[in-house]
Design a protein around this ligand. Sequence first.
Ligand SMILES: Nc1ncnc2c1ncn2[C@@H]1O[C@H](COP(=O)(O)OP(=O)(O)O)[C@@H](O)[C@H]1O
Ligand SMILES: [Mg+2]
Length: 393
Amino acid sequence: MPVIDGMELLKSTKEQFPLIEFIMVTGHGTIERAVEAIKAGAYDFISKPFKRADMLRIVEKALEKFSLARENSFLKQQLAEIEHQKHNFIGSSSHAREIKSLVRRIANTPSNILISGESGTGKEVIARMIHNNSDRMDKPFVAVNCGAISEHLMESELFGHLKGSFTGAIRDKEGLFISAKNGTLFLDEISTIPLNLQVKLLRALEEHEVLPVGSTKTYPIAARIIAASNRDLQKEVAENRFREDLFFRLNVIEVNIPPLRQRAEDIQLLTTYFIERMNKGLNKNVQGVSVEALHALQAHSWPGNVRELENVIERAMIFCDDELILSKHLPPMFLAQENNSPTSLKEAVAHFEKKHIGTILTLTNGDKKEAARLLDLGVSSLYRKISELGLEK
Ligand SMILES: Nc1ncnc2c1ncn2[C@@H]1O[C@H](COP(=O)(O)OP(=O)(O)O)[C@@H](O)[C@H]1O
Ligand SMILES: [Mg+2]
């Protein structure tokens, strides 16, 4: 070869592109040269004259190795990104720092954990973070939203069933407790589990085994249980909607996530984080938020917590063609707050009520019963407020 020889080419290329595989071909092969090439990172070595079939075999193997390595590094990069984006509890407030240090302390224990906090505060983020910081990280993480499963299917979802145990059970089904293997089972919205099933859940947790529907044989469970609730479980216990013994069994360690309005310090960091993450997805190059917009974000009460913030930022990014997110890119509600501030107390209260009830109704997609529950109002009082405040639209 002119200018540099094969060995030099191998060395300098490997340095820059370690994934590229080399097969050295030489007319005057010696053992020494072969050893030197392999040491420098060549995949294999063949001397002239060689058989076509021999060369093909080596090339095929090298390609196989190359594609595996490439896939691997791609997956790792993706994993790192997912890890970074989805399962990282972002926050620098003292609340956030306390939560993160608690998570590190409890992650690697087998104890049951109860995560409490309003909707959208990051309960699932914390559950995944606990899993990812434990030695179960490479085992399954199975999340189930108990509120989203109909009551009569919940038992078989959780514990499994045998073929023929009820109409529609056309084959055996493995329950989620078993699917989670020796990983983590995340039971979200645990307060929605009906009382009769709470008994069975308690039994499963105490005996470390499950009884599938229609089965007489129990199966051992090895998964670690993390439960979450956006309702105050102690209140549910006091009002006989949740079994006290199950509450104690689940609540070995409690992680409470305060609402975003109690850690407004986190708003700026979260906003930056969401902007950076969404720049990629939305193909934008937004650099940050203006001071006014940031103040408006910090003044908001965030009934939907971080989930609401995430949505507000996404919306703002879509409307933003500038370098910065400005107040005008925020939902109209944020502007109203700045421009026509009411002066009398009565007006101010009505203004706030209207805004707050409006947010909650948006959050519940107009479901008035759910909105009344969140607002801690009677349904009829909510209807009255809606008409008084002109919120029908
Ligand atoms: N501290 C946080 N850092 C980053 N993202 C967060 C944080 N808290 C919540 N999120 C995001 O907000 C949304 C709601 O979080 P989630 O864990 O589902 O809340 P919850 O389970 O309490 O309703 C998710 O998209 C999540 O990624
Ligand atoms: Mg959730």
